[in-house]
Design a protein around this ligand. Structure first.
Ligand SMILES: Cc1cc2nc3c(=O)[nH]c(=O)nc-3n(C[C@H](O)[C@H](O)[C@H](O)COP(=O)(O)OP(=O)(O)OC[C@H]3O[C@@H](n4cnc5c(N)ncnc54)[C@H](O)[C@@H]3O)c2cc1C
Length: 387
């Protein structure tokens, strides 16, 4: 990465995760001169900790439109991604353990089907045929075939390299200390000047923009040794919907992903109000036990690494994309919670269209930061979300 630093840019993006890298590249592709500033290296934050499930979600129309648009952009990008980004359209199977969850799968099928997303209800037998290592008494599932997986840090690095090929710059190893009023001040005292500044600092966004309704939500993941074909689709339980109202603090859910290497990513957990990055043995055990409940054979596989990461959570589970009220130079692209790998590309498209005055591909209003203008607090609300 280059450290040559021209003084003035059209756009300075602070934070080189998947969201910041995507925003910077979309702006550069639109003809703007961009600096992307990252305190470590591109893709090193939550992006490196994420699962890389590119998934269409239907919690709200806004979430659907952002995730679906993004999924289509990932499909288009996939032909240019390097092999180490491990992009694979493996599809998601939402697993129904009982009749109640099967009804939820049917609702989901109707919702997605009405909006043009290919999906198919699976009987118990069909589920067992597609995923023979699942417990055999599950009720069925819903296959969403265009969902995909990607290796997020490699994808972020690729976007950052593409940015440089457009003549824009990546400044890594520098921390942004101040962001506002058209100036990004770095920890070495240098200043970058731009009419548009973007806070894409993920879960740390509120450090530079105090008062932002963004909080950390901790997650654990584990990865196994190589067991090709043990899992063939991204598998997610629908059961978390049933227990959602009982959730007050920590939760785990069955969510496993096949990697191209034959490894299996096992998730996932959510912890509120825990900012300690250490692996929590109780949460890890609960997460692995949950996986065993759905896939008994998983107990005999070797887990070779476990880690944690922090999602950037907002009170309404939607990201903050748009101008920051009170500073006409400052824009936000943060708060993507458990969907930021998926929604990064549509976020970038929204931002670039706002900067260049072109028609936004989807309605931007639900994501505007001004929706929280008079709400400095951050209550935890419960709704459907990725496990
Ligand atoms: C366990 C887990 C599983 C997940 N699974 C999925 C999934 O399957 N699918 C999905 O879509 N999403 C998933 N997510 C969510 C996803 O990882 C995030 O939403 C996404 O990575 C957010 O990207 P970001 O660029 O906003 O943040 P980050 O990747 O955290 O990037 C922010 C960057 O800003 C930098 N930074 C911070 N402060 C400064 C500063 N002052 N100066 C300079 N740089 C700074 C950081 O170093 C960091 O690199 C998961 C998250 C977790 C934790």
């Amino acid at each position: 990465m280059t450290l040559s630093v021209p003084h003035a840019y059209d756009v300075v993006v602070a934070g080189g995760g998947i969201v910041g890298a995507a925003c910077a590249l979309a702006c550069a592709r639109a003809g703007l001169h961009v600096a992307l500033v990252e305190r470590e290296f591109p893709g090193s934050g939550a992006t490196a900790a994420g699962m890389g499930h590119i998934v269409v979600m239907d919690d709200s129309e806004a979430q659907f439109s952002l995730s679906r648009r993004s999924q289509q952009l990932w499909q288009a990008l996939s032909t240019t991604l390097p092999p180490n980004a491990e992009y694979e359209t493996c599809g998601t199977i939402w697993i129904a353990a009982d009749e109640e969850e099967l009804a939820e799968a049917a609702r989901k099928r109707s919702y997605l089907g009405e909006r043009g997303v290919p999906c198919q209800l699976l009987s118990r037998r069909e589920l067992n045929t597609l995923e023979p290592n699942l417990r055999s008494d599950l009720a069925g599932g819903l296959l969403v075939s265009e969902d995909a997986v990607v290796y997020p840090p490699a994808a972020a690095l690729h976007l950052a390299r593409e940015l440089q090929s457009h003549g824009s710059v990546v400044i890594q190893g520098r921390t942004v200390k101040h962001l506002g009023d058209g100036v990004a001040q770095l920890d070495d005292g240098s200043k970058l000047i731009a009419p548009k500044l973007v806070n894409a600092m993920g879960a740390d966004a509120a450090i530079c923009t105090p008062g932002l309704p963004v909080k950390k939500r901790k997650g654990h993941l584990a990865i196994t040794d190589r067991y090709p074909e043990f899992v063939r689709h991204q598998l997610v339980e629908l059961g978390y919907l049933k227990s959602a109202h009982a959730l007050t603090t920590d939760s785990v859910a069955f969510n496993v992903q096949p990697r191209q290497t034959g490894q299996i990513l096992i998730g996932s957990s959510r912890q509120y109000g825990n900012e300690d990055s250490q692996v929590n043995q109780e949460i890890l055990s609960a997460m692995l036990q949950r996986a065993e409940t759905y896939m008994p054979g998983i107990a005999s596989l070797s887990v070779i690494r476990v880690w944690t990461g922090f999602r950037a959570a907002t009170p309404d589970k939607l990201p903050l994309i748009g101008p920051f009220p009170g500073d006409p130079t400052l824009w936000l692209a943060t708060g993507h919670e458990g969907l930021g790998i998926t929604t990064s590309l549509a976020t970038a498209e929204l931002l670039a269209s706002a900067f260049t005055g072109t028609e936004p591909p989807i309605p931007p209003e639900p994501f505007l930061p001004s929706r929280f203008k008079n709400e400095p607090t951050h209550p935890i609300t419960l709704s459907q979300e990725m496990p």
